[in-house]
Design a binder for this molecule. Structure first.
Ligand code: GTP
Ligand code: MG
Length: 436
């Protein structure tokens, strides 16, 4: 007999996971498709991030998906044997399973079975700290669970036809379903408020004309470390403004904005974002859309790449794919190869126009990066000195609001200051330019 104590003890035992991947052999591969072995390697990292121990990995080659057992009944029986031999307590599939497939596989093997999406959602749920982050993850989980509800907990939905079909099982499902729908509606309403807030802030930023630079990249590439390094350029820098850095997948779930300063003394904003992996669950991207949207409002993207990771090419492709999904793939981008302190010097190529090799942790090549950022965000701006007569004080205040000017001089003829004007203002204030 199991006691409550047994159950609690059992929950703390590390789950022993067997990974299962499917290689569909008939579909012709596109160039940007990720190789099944790489995909399995990534799944392994994800499973570890969720706290599981990996006991084995199986790849099934098949011309097509099996509707009932995904990899085919015969293969599931084979996997049951592996699980017994390896003492596995969890099976993780590399793709999304339907509710029915999950149930069939669990029934046949007698072992808890989850898919890649559930795994990623689980990691996010463990990591979410802010209220918005938690709500977004919960919404994604509810959306993913709902259509799969009827496949869960096999015994409930297999009450059969005829008398008794509307038994407690079915009723419970209806209650669960209604509960999920209600909760999802509540969360959406709460997130709507947060979104509104975010929009107001965004509009204020837009008015202030500060360039925005977004850090994106594969999880663990060093985005947050780079943000912490960039903000040291600001005179109001305090170590409390630093963000959370950790050697783990998905350390950052929230979008954070911080001020930093360009070599030409102009302020800019740095945005840290959630890291990417391949096959990022659609419900999750959807739920995080309003936070990820910050990327779309950026003037420049710094695509941070861990140059020391063996799979950095794949990680780069993965990030590019997610950017495309967000509609941000045509943004001006600098490729920032990070962690070069761990590489042999000279093995990395010379810096090119939109490529730079840095170490965020050791502060290597930060000056180069900052110059590149300056060049990119100042493109299409005109660095000039203006002399505004006192009877046109309105122009001076407009410039002050828009370009956050710190330094100016009151002269006999008017107010003199340096400013990087945008194209429109450059045309408008031409007559007041004293020096280009
Ligand atoms: N050696 C070395 N390690 C670095 C460098 N930059 C970051 N790291 C380490 O890489 C790990 C991940 O860094 P983070 O800044 O948290 O990475 P991230 O891209 O924000 O990760 P997520 O938030 O999970 O997407 C940490 O252990 C950092 O200390 C670097 O330049 N050199
Ligand atoms: Mg981070």
């Amino acid at each position: 007999m199991t006691t409550e104590l047994d159950i609690n003890l059992h929950e703390q035992v590390v789950e022993r996971a067997l990974l299962v991947g499917m290689n569909i052999t008939t579909v012709s591969k596109r160039i940007d498709d990720i190789d099944i072995n790489d995909s399995m390697e990534e799944l392994k990292e994800l499973a570890k991030a969720a706290g599981a121990e990996i006991v084995g990995s199986v790849i099934q080659n098949r011309p097509a998906v099996d509707a009932a057992y995904y990899i085919g009944k015969g293969k599931v029986e084979e996997i049951k044997g592996y699980c017994e031999g390896l003492d596995a307590t969890l099976i993780i599939f590399n793709d999304e399973l339907s509710g029915a497939q999950t149930r069939n596989i669990e029934d046949l093997t007698g072992i808890k079975t989850i898919d890649r999406t559930t795994l990623i959602l689980d990691i996010f749920a463990q990591r979410a700290k802010s209220k918005e982050g938690k709500l977004q993850v919960e919404l994604a989980q509810l959306k993913y669970r709902l259509p799969r509800l009827y496949g869960m907990g096999g015994a409930m939905s297999r009450t059969g036809a005829g008398i008794g079909t509307r038994g407690p099982g079915e009723q419970k499902l209806e209650i669960d379903k209604r509960h999920i729908l209600n909760r999802a509606a509540d969360i959406r309403a709460e997130l709507k408020l947060v979104k509104k807030n975010r929009e107001t802030q965004r509009n204020q930023r837009k008015k202030s004309n500060i360039p925005i630079v977004a850090l994106v990249g594969y999880t663990n590439a060093g985005k947050s470390t780079l943000l912490n390094e960039l903000i040291k350029t600001h005179k109001e820098y305090e170590s409390e403004k630093e963000v959370f850095v950790k050697d783990m997948l998905f350390a950052t779930l929230d979008v954070t904005l911080r001020k930093a300063v360009l070599p030409n003394k102009r302020d800019f904003l740095v945005v840290d974002t959630v890291g990417f992996v391949s096959k990022l669950p659609h419900d999750l991207v959807d739920a995080f859309k309003s936070t990820l949207e910050e990327v779309n409002y950026a003037d420049l993207i710094l695509h941070v790449i861990d140059a020391t990771n063996d799979s950095y090419e794949i990680q780069k492709k993965t990030t590019e794919k997610v950017l495309k999904e967000l509609g941000a793939d045509d943004k001006k981008t600098i490729l920032v190869y990070n962690k070069v302190d761990k590489l042999e010097l000279d093995i990395y190529p010379k810096n090119q126009d939109d490529v730079v090799y840095i170490s965020a942790k050791q502060g290597i090549n930060m000056d180069k990066l900052l110059n590149m950022i300056e060049k990119a965000v100042m493109e299409n701006t005109y660095d000039v000195e203006l002399l505004i007569p006192y009877d046109r004080g309105d122009i001076f205040s407009k410039c002050k609001d828009k370009y956050n000017i710190d330094e100016f001089e009151y002269l006999g003829e008017g107010t003199k200051f340096r400013v990087a004007l945008d194209e429109e203002d450059f045309g408008k204030y031409k007559e007041y330019i004293v020096e280009k």
